[in-house]
Design a protein. Sequence first.
Length: 109
Amino acid sequence: MEILGLIDWHQFSVPVIALESVVGRPFGEPGAKAKVAICNALDNSQQHPAIGIVLESVPRVLVVEDGRRLPAAQEKSEFALSSRHQGDLVWIPDMEKIGHSVNQQLALD
């Protein structure tokens, strides 16, 4: 997983990654319509408690209600798994693993 850069957000330096790199898909340069979703890293890091995820080729973000279950995983990557929701393939990132990996990479720099 490649860290694309860092952005400042609410007095934190937030590492930015591409969802495609999380799920093992190719990622090109972000276009004018690219957005960054800021997510909790969930790995208890004090230095980088949030991760920015570039959303461009992802058609939409799906919010699943608490307690709602999705079908069993169809594909897995090191940092995410996929399922189906209303016929669409959805990827569910493991923010704890992503946060841990990103913070390890940044500690080495």
